[in-house]
Design a protein around this ligand. Structure first.
Ligand code: GLU
Length: 478
């Protein structure tokens, strides 16, 4: 039978890494089994759901390469269907109308708090007669629909990640609210646990993979599945993503949306590759740099850990740098060029762009590192303290720069290449008895303002393209 998986995001915020990782595990399992990956937008919370969040979620998934196989389902379009199922539960006695008011619920909670008990509804209206119901309605009291939960029932399922999970009916907080408040004999808008079961059944979902924070919902949903006579899917609950302190990753950890990762300069392939390791690991890793299609071949739900997955910036950065290193040069140059355009930096030629890209790519971790790395090739960097000290205190440092200028002029050299650069440095060193190291360090300071930076000869070649090398050397001699 075809395996059908789904992501069911609520569009109440931007696509978050937790949801993206859930999407990824669903997608990987669907691909591995030649199944389908579907999307259902759970937008029944009218106040908090926004269409721009739906767009953001779908765009983020696409950016990560997690394409879906059928047109997304919009849950809000199915409200009347959900209500029909609630009617069915009312009719067969599995659910009932409950008129407990908000203040009565608060009162109950207070009493439970005093006795140190967890909040739990007392199911006070489970057995109302039709007369009593009529009376409440005529008094203008609103009602929700509650689903009966047998206190003595034990709910058991075989979770594909966690093995057997058991949940006691008495621990589910009393009879479950299926719909919001409504007046008269109306049924209010259906709530998550009912809608999710009806829609997963409608979409023929065979496997539900979602975060471990949904385990108690699964217990409730299994009871609804049974009451409606639906076939149960196979459930798997993924571990939470944790921060360094072992707490659930949140906005405070400066990671929120996939958009932010994108803006920070992470590549989608690298982020998806890294996310797959958030809770899953390869038994015998040859390389951790794997494409989604490679991962989908070796991905197994049984290899997903039960314990929380620690988010590591270090590992994500390392993976991103590996992707930058192996990226095709023209493609990488295209990304980098966008930053230059934003900065108003103009380059002399396409060939030059590729050369500079090749020069800086190995020291890039994020795409946006290209800004700092390429800055000295477009604008004059300040001379740093170590650079100043070197030029002032080291014998022959400034002189070596002077000799270079003279040599360039006398020999009429306007373009530097690997050969003539090395020749110039050797000649200055030999003719004036200055150590090669001093000539090179002085040049480095002229170009980059400090003693570090990319390959000196290649940099010189690029800088000489529009004579910036001369300007940069001259500024050290003033
Ligand atoms: N809308 C729910 C959420 O975003 C879906 C959970 C589920 O996968 O059933 O948490």
């Amino acid at each position: 039978m075809e395996k059908r998986l789904r992501l069911a995001p609520s569009p109440t915020g931007l696509l978050h890494i937790g949801t993206a990782r859930t999407a990824l595990f669903n997608w990987l399992y669907a691909k591995k089994t030649n199944g389908k990956f579907l999307i259902r937008i759970e937008d029944t919370d009218i106040l908090r759901s926004k269409s721009e969040y739906t767009c953001n979620i779908l765009e983020g998934l696409k950016w990560l390469g997690l394409n879906w196989d059928e047109e997304p389902i919009q849950q809000s379009k199915r409200i009347s269907i959900h209500k029909n199922y609630i009617k069915r539960l009312l009719e067969n006695g599995a659910a009932y109308r409950c008129f407990t008011s908000e203040s009565e619920i608060l009162e109950l909670r207070e009493k439970q708090k005093i006795r140190g008990l967890p909040p739990k509804h007392d199911n006070r209206h489970r057995n109302l007669t039709s007369k009593e119901i009529e009376k409440f309605i005529s008094q203008g009291r609103s009602s929700v629909i509650r689903f009966k939960i047998d206190e003595k029932t034990e709910i058991k399922w075989k979770d594909h990640i966690r093995g057997e999970i058991k949940w006691q009916g008495k621990d589910l907080g009393g009879d479950l609210v299926l719909s919001r408040r409504a007046l008269g004999y109306e049924i209010g808008n259906p709530l998550y646990n009912l809608a999710v079961v009806v829609d997963d059944n409608f979409m023929n979902i065979t496997h539900v993979i979602r975060g471990e924070d949904h385990i108690s919902n699964t217990a409730k949903q299994i009871l609804i599945y049974r009451a409606l006579g639906f076939k149960l899917p196979i459930f798997s609950h993924t571990p939470l993503i944790l921060n360094n302190e072992g707490k659930k990753l949140s906005k405070r950890d400066s990671v929120t949306s996939i958009d932010e990762f994108r803006e920070m300069g992470y590549l989608p392939e690298a982020l998806a590759n890294y996310m797959s390791f958030l809770g899953w690991s390869i038994k015998t890793p040859e390389s951790e740099i794997l494409s989604l299609s490679e991962i989908s071949k070796i991905f197994n739900l049984s290899d997903v850990n039960k314990a929380g997955a620690k988010f590591s910036w270090e590992k994500l950065n390392w993976i991103n740098s590996q992707y930058i290193k192996k990226m095709e040069l023209t493609k990488l140059s295209g990304f980098i060029k966008k930053y230059w355009i934003d900065k108003g930096w103009e380059s002399p030629s396409k060939e030059w762009d590729l050369k500079l890209t090749a020069l800086i790519k190995d020291s890039m971790i994020l795409l946006k590192d290209a800004i700092d790395q390429s800055k000295p090739f477009f604008s004059m960097s300040q001379i740093q303290r170590d650079g100043k000290e070197f030029l002032e205190n080291i014998k022959d440092a400034k002189e070596s720069l002077k000799y270079i200028l003279i040599y360039l002029k006398e020999e009429n050299i306007s373009k530097i290449n690997d050969n003539n650069a090395k020749e110039i440095i050797t000649k200055i060193s030999v003719n004036h008895s200055i150590k090669k190291g001093i000539v090179m360090k002085s040049l480095r300071i002229a170009f980059f303002g400090c003693l570090s930076g990319p390959d000196l000869i290649q940099s010189w070649e690029l800088l000489s393209e529009n004579k910036r090398d001369i300007t940069l050397i001259k500024r050290c001699l003033i």
